[in-house]
Design a binder for this molecule. Sequence first.
Ligand code: MG
Length: 250
Amino acid sequence: MINKKSREEIKLMKIAGSIVALVHKEMEKVIEPGISTLELDKIAYDIIKKNKAIPTFLGYNGFPASICASINEQVVHGIPNKDVILKEGDIVSIDVGATFRGLVGDGAWTYPVGKISSEVQKLLEVTKNALFKGIEQMIPDSPLELVSAAIEDAALEGKVGIVREYGGHGVGKNMHEEPFLFNYRTNSKIIIKPNCAIAIEPMLNLGCDEVHTLEDNWTVVTNDKKPSAHFEHTVIATQDGPLITTQLID
Ligand code: MG
């Protein structure tokens, strides 16, 4: 069952999303060599709380933090840690959720730490491009498969690996709702309902597609240990076009 959002729910999702965007605005400022991922988590927690929202990830299936912080070969679900100190040339994917009056915003961005190699820079650009190509296809009454296809094509064109085990998802009162959104073609027959909300989140790898989960049961890493990037926005398919909720409200 795909939930369509009411006008009131869309309003609240825009507020929740704007809090996610505030966290990312601060991440962009503070991410530099020497900071730990636990410090980033504390900053995110404080921003979410200050804005009267709830950190959606904290306690979700037992997750111990407000952000996922995944460095280099880590794809998603990295646990913030005082001993993980960012260094020049790393990349770090920050995924964060905020729940405002019962509605969720979910957004991720991959940040360079200082100067990074040109091939990793290109991975970031390809992944971000895949996200926005997918967003363009969030049109009411259109096939969801077109979102998947746009992401897949952008990844193939960029000659990067596509993580197959994880993907986007409906979002609203819960962080994870139907439908699941694959980042590649699957012949899905799902139609995008007017005013449905989906978190679109390509996860693309510099090397192979394959990933596995570490012994902490959370951190997903690439099998070939090459870097992975992750960009995500929460998007509502409105009659006026795709509405990104995870952005600042002016
Ligand atoms: Mg998500």
